[in-house]
Ligand binder design. Sequence first.
Ligand code: ADP
Length: 297
Amino acid sequence: DVVVVGSVNADLVVGVERRPGPGETVLGADLATHPGGKGANQAVAAARLGARAALVGRVGDDGHGRLLRAALGAAGVDLAHLATTPGAPTGVALITVGPDGDNSIIVSPGANARVGPADVAAARAAIAAASVVSCQLEVPLPAVAAAARIGAEEGTRVVLNLSPPAPVPDDLLARCDPLVVNEHEAAFLLGRDGPGDPAAMAEALRRRGPRSVVVTLGADGALVAAGPEPVRVPSPRVAAVDTTGAGDAFTAALCLRLARGDALPDAARYAARAGAAAVRAPGAQGSFSAPGDLPGP
Ligand code: ADP
């Protein structure tokens, strides 16, 4: 169904009372190590929803790499195109969580920074056989551009999640169907200081060239711009515990339903349920639901 081209990180999480200033040391709580990375998260979320999902990416030849490979394999993700990079550490996210649950994050891309067009080209047959190829921006832009080009050449639908936000060339945007952004990423791409009216942002983004646009709106669901008028899609009401991974779950579910033939608004309705499900539990991969556990529409 879906080939994800993207990042694999170990999330190293420590709770702190306060963050250290320069030259200072503070003691934190026990270290927790969780599988993460936007690419891996999307592949796991899709697999948990029943998709055949493959991941194109890189880990290092180290303990984190082995841990992440095992987590992906246990979730049922096809790892034929997950390479091991000698001499580079696996990507890590160093996360401190303050008393209010606020995160401060440093990402060290490691092996993710070595994902290149050749890795994507080696997966051409898998991309051609899939219905959707899904990318984010935690791997280098040339790899993402190669995925979009190969997707277009092979008739595979290209979905791009502009996360973390970074400038992208127009020919890449033109291949996205849809471009998926949250409000902050939308504002970034439009060169605005902060989010404005979602429908106006979606229309303005569409004029930048993508075939369709989905703007996610947290608890307010999402806005789909594909036809003449933007369509608002609601999110089920849930008790929010931790929004980490919500965007990844949303995009994964969207890709799965598009692969199964849904129209974009219907796929987005399902994706909003998967996104809402992911905020009910802490963390990313541990919060992704099977279809039977999704909150009602
Ligand atoms: P990101 O996580 O990328 O910032 P959003 O916050 O827009 O993206 O969340 C993505 C999707 O997850 C939303 O479209 C929605 O379906 C779901 N979601 C996120 N937060 C909530 C929430 N508090 N309640 C219900 N659904 C949510």
